[in-house]
Design a protein. Structure first.
Length: 429
């Protein structure tokens, strides 16, 4: 009898959970189930397909300046001589259509100096989804941090980039007219640099909208790039501003160290950046993590401050992470950001928690060796039954059901029900 009741409760739980997820997805700005798209209230102008085709020389391969999992970016020259970037989104995949809608709706209605600006869009021709952006001369932060053929960024430039990104995220989380915007894919390749090396956050295809008074959203599908996705997203499917804060923290560590978040070629104890810096901090040697390419040309207080901010942002308990507003305030103290961090340093020393993603991969998805050996840009293999392979270096989005999370949740519920029934039977008996 007890087993039958437990079974019914489990079924009811699954049903209610699926309803909640469906409601959450329906409340989003975008709808992957329809190809009819209207953006009447957006300020950028619509382009014709012929205009953009001529501007890109019929989308010639020589004009390609970037690729993504569901898109290709072209350099285009408009009739007035202005050079722009045209993003051609795949319309074959429903996810591509969903990303197109999300990106146009969010970016066109956002206005911040550290967000890339959209100029227009085009979807007049069946099967063609095009977004027109401003083009930035200095490419992405990823190129400047990790390409050995390019001179390393000076420290003052890196610090300004950290400040600019923090301000962009504060705007998205707290000041945007579209409620609270979660970017959900913060990484160096999505940070573009203008002629003065001012950062601009781009690629809002995975972005989500939540009400300002609603701190957490529950998703049935997780997406992102391995090494930048917060642990609670992988384990529970729950996202919030704390998810972006985690990704920002990883990038802060990358800016200070010049290292990738995951580097299979590094020494064993340095393969995972977060874990390595945490261990150095715990040992009182955090300055050993500073990028050697900087030489002695950096502000020690600023570097140490950014390293500690990074560690604060990646704390395992997301409730202990700072808000982006708090990070902006601390970074604005350019003379000594450590002054505002002293109250947080003891908690970091007491609990330098590292979320061992590789251990979870090993226990839940099989061997972690094949996952670690993937290129940084490869997808997170969230679904244990679909471990991606043979993905190009630019196809960095992963869309996998959170089967592991569902199993963990049901297992915990089952244990709880058994415990309650045992407690009642033992006390009634």
């Amino acid at each position: 009898m007890c087993g039958f009741i437990s079974f019914l409760v489990s079924c009811a739980y699954d049903f209610l959970r699926s309803k909640i997820i469906r409601r959450d997805e329906e409340n989003q700005t975008v709808d992957a189930g329809s190809t009819e798209i209207t953006f009447e209230s957006c300020s950028p102008r619509p382009f014709t397909f012929e205009e953009l085709s001529r501007a890109t020389n019929d989308f010639h391969e020589d004009r390609i300046i970037g690729r993504g999992g569901f898109s290709t970016v072209y350099r285009a020259i408009l009739p007035d001589g202005i050079t722009v970037a045209v993003k051609r989104v795949s319309s074959i995949s429903q996810q591509g259509i969903k990303e197109y809608k999300a990106e146009v709706m969010i970016v066109s209605r956002s206005n911040h100096r550290n967000l890339v600006q959209i100029i227009g869009w085009c979807h007049e021709r069946q099967g063609e989804l095009l977004i027109v952006y401003e083009i930035l001369e200095n490419k992405s932060l990823e190129v400047h941090l990790f390409n050995s053929e390019i001179p390393p960024l000076a420290w003052d430039v890196r610090y300004r980039i950290a400040q600019g990104l923090a301000k962009a995220l504060r705007y998205l989380h707290e000041e945007c007219a579209l409620r609270c915007v979660l970017h959900m894919d913060i990484k160096p390749s999505n940070v573009l640099l203008d002629s003065k090396f001012e950062p601009k956050l781009c690629d809002f295809g995975l972005a989500k909208l939540i009400d300002c008074d609603r701190s957490i959203m529950e998703l049935s599908v997780i997406a992102g790039t391995r090494g930048y996705v917060a642990p609670e997203c992988v384990l529970t499917g729950k996202v919030g501003t704390h998810s972006d804060v985690y990704s920002y923290g990883v990038m802060a560590l990358e800016l200070a160290t010049g290292r990738k978040t995951i580097d299979p070629s590094a020494e064993e104890d340095q393969k995972v950046l977060v874990k390595w810096v945490q261990n150095l901090y715990k040992a009182g040697r955090v300055m050993e993590a500073v990028d050697p390419k900087l030489g002695d040309d950096y502000n020690e207080l600023q570097v140490k401050g950014l390293l500690i901010i990074g560690l604060w942002c990646v704390l395992h308990d997301f409730r202990e992470r700072p808000s982006m507003r708090e990070i902006v305030r601390i970074l604005n103290n350019t003379e000594d950001p450590l002054l505002d961090l002293h109250g947080k340093i003891p908690s970091l020393i007491r609990d330098p928690v590292h979320f061992d993603f590789d251990s979870i991969c090993e226990t839940s998805f099989g061997s972690s060796d094949s996952i670690i050996s993937m290129e940084l840009e490869n997808p997170i293999p969230v679904d244990p039954m679909v471990l991606s392979s043979g993905v190009s270096e630019d196809e960095d989005q992963a869309y996998r059901p959170l089967f592991m999370w569902q199993h963990i949740s049901l297992l915990n519920l089952w244990r709880y029900l058994i415990g309650v029934m045992w407690f009642r039977s033992s006390h009634n008996g």
